[in-house]
Ligand binder design. Structure first.
Ligand code: NAP
Length: 247
């Protein structure tokens, strides 16, 4: 028996990076996992095959999380296939890093829509099913820059700070239905998102991290797994997994 045997989970943005590590950790603990992605069909398919070969039940759900109609379709498929959903991880996210002098309205809107509006769409989409079940675990992936701010990330830090505030309100409103809502705030983590940062800037960042290294996606996934499997009495919290870069 795994810690998530009999549970059904949806992880957004699971074709790579942190989402892939979360989906993998959930499947290893016995959960059935729905892998959402936007454009990385080949990567998502490869992950699905890998998890199925280990005995997991997997659904592949293509869809843009910033589009409400994609949520309607994902919930239709989940309802028809599984009839329930226990865990939602709102993980999909993007960056469009520029200083405020160069930031365009499009950079602002795209990031807020994919990172923050998607969390709202996701929670409202799963809420009816989770409340009816009287069980749900929702984990929203924020970032330490939602607490600290970061040069060149006005749009991204606003989206991630918004996730923290949204999480607390959703936690208050859903607690009576035994649905917990928490935010997980990673520090700099070794994924494609970090790889986009120029190497000399990566060196400067690394020097600011008390543990002296970037995080690994699996280290973020462990904390998400805790919230999903063992966090029964944890709600409205923000868990920091950041190597000490923000305390
Ligand atoms: P990543 O490697 O760039 O992967 C992003 C994932 O999100 C991909 O699977 C991508 O799918 C998916 N995605 C992007 N836009 C989407 C959309 N509109 N609809 C559905 N899926 C979408 O990023 P990551 O580093 O793993 O980041 C995962 C989460 O952690 C994000 O919320 C990020 O903000 C947060 N985070 C990351 C770091 C870090 O240092 N890496 C630090 C703090 C927080 P496709 O490839 O199919 O588009």
């Amino acid at each position: 028996m795994g810690r998530l045997t009999g549970r059904f989970a949806l992880v957004t943005g699971a074709s790579r990076g942190i989402g892939l590590a979360i989906a993998t950790a959930f499947a290893a603990e016995g959960a059935a996992v729905a892998i959402n992605y936007r454009s990385g069909a080949a990567e998502a398919e490869a992950l699905a095959q890998e998890l199925r070969s280990q005995g997991a039940q997997v659904l592949l759900l293509q869809g843009n999380v910033g589009d409400r109609s994609a949520w309607t379709e994902m919930m239709r498929v989940i309802g028809a296939t599984w009839g329930r959903l226990d865990i939602l991880v709102n993980n999909a996210g993007i960056t469009r890093d520029k200083t405020l002098r160069k930031l365009t309205d499009e950079d602002w809107v795209d990031v807020i829509n994919t990172n923050l509006n998607a969390c709202y769409y996701g929670v409202s989409a799963v809420m009816p099913m989770m409340c009816a079940q009287n069980y749900g675990r929702i984990i929203n992936i924020s970032s330490f820059v939602g607490q600290a701010g970061n040069f060149g990330q006005a749009n991204y830090s606003a989206s991630k700070g918004g996730i923290i505030a949204f999480t607390k309100t959703a936690a208050l409103e859903l607690a009576r239905n035994n649905v917990t809502v928490n935010a997980l705030a990673p520090g700099f983590t070794l994924t494609d998102m970090l790889a986009k940062v120029p190497e000399n800037i990566q060196d400067q960042i690394r020097a600011r991290i008390p543990l002296g290294r970037f995080g690994r996606p699996e280290e973020i996934a462990k904390a998400v797994l805790f919230l999903a499997a063992d966090g029964d009495y944890v709600t409205g919290q923000q868990i920091n997994v950041n190597g000490g870069v923000y305390m």
